[in-house]
Design a protein around this ligand. Structure first.
Ligand code: SF4
Ligand code: SF4
Length: 274
């Protein structure tokens, strides 16, 4: 099972919510795992992850330029619609983060001066802390996350995790354009929001989707959500104790917060009716 969280805006506390849920679900189960697509890592796990080891590489075919064969005709530069090739004083630079491996430049080069090479553009790493089974995404500098990365991540996790274990993915709030893909690929998605309008967009516009959708909202926005017809939304308390525990990297001790987390845990672990 893969459980993702989408916070509809930054600073709402989705990482705090998911990391506390993760510790509740994990308890004595070592096989459950965490993958952070956000930066920085959740304070709850900070300090416990000093060494990281690659467990997966994102590989893409990127053209490599050959200066011995090149006639400096600039054809590849003009034909690349992604502006991924740029002339330098003594050659050409190919920007892997802009290249979508379309091969057009290779077909256009009459001198056979560009060849595809399978290139590492980032990786997923595991922490050496055996208590948490923590993973993080580490893309090459300037590599921007895309639908392709999201699909690669889910394919990797499905093959990598124990069949009966659950992986929690912390999704950055800025990745709006990939919500649909995440909804398609996750087993459950927690939408965490304080804004009924954005939640409406997710519920009504993102399809097709396969994930079990769980709407969690900030306690303060409960009345607004009820007015908008979302009386089933799970309110999550936010107060000074929760903020303090989170900043200190502790599991949250607030009783109401923990009751909400246990409710989420129950819903996630319930079987989806067929
Ligand atoms: S198209 Fe080929 S020969 Fe022309 S500049 Fe590009 S790499 Fe060089
Ligand atoms: S493979 Fe396509 S996107 Fe990449 S550099 Fe060549 S033309 Fe541009």
């Amino acid at each position: 099972m893969i459980v993702s969280i989408i916070g509809t805006r930054g600073g709402i506390g989705s990482t705090t919510l998911l990391s506390n849920l993760f510790t509740h679900v994990k308890k004595n189960e070592t096989s459950h795992g965490w993958l952070s697509l956000t930066s920085p890592f959740p304070p709850l796990f900070a300090g416990s992850s000093t060494n990281w080891k690659k467990v997966f590489s994102f590989k893409r075919y990127i053209p490599q330029w050959n200066n011995e064969k090149c006639t400096y005709c600039n054809e590849c530069v003009s034909i690349c619609v992604n502006n991924a090739i740029s002339p330098l004083p003594n050659g050409y630079n190919i920007y892997s983060e802009l290249c979508n491996s379309c091969k057009t430049c290779i077909s256009a080069c009459k001198s056979d001066a560009i060849k595809f090479e399978l290139t590492d553009v980032g990786f997923i790493e595991i922490s050496n802390d055996t208590n948490f089974n923590l993973h993080r995404l580490n893309l090459n500098e300037k590599e921007i996350i895309s639908t392709w990365h999201i699909k690669e991540i889910f394919t990797f996790l499905r093959a990598y995790k124990d069949q009966n274990s659950t992986f929690f993915i912390d999704i950055p709030s800025g990745l709006h354009e990939y919500w649909e893909e995440i909804l398609k690929l996750s087993s459950s998605v927690i939408i965490y929001s304080d804004d009924p309008f954005t939640s409406d967009l997710i519920y009504k516009s993102h399809s097709p989707r396969q994930a079990k959708l769980i709407l969690a909202i900030t306690q303060n926005s409960k009345a607004e959500f009820e007015k908008a017809g979302y009386s089933f939304a799970i309110p999550i308390p936010k107060n000074k104790i929760i903020a303090f525990d989170s900043i200190q990297g502790k599991t949250v001790t607030d009783i109401d917060f923990n009751a909400a987390i246990l409710n989420l845990k129950k819903i996630i672990l319930e079987k989806i009716p067929s």
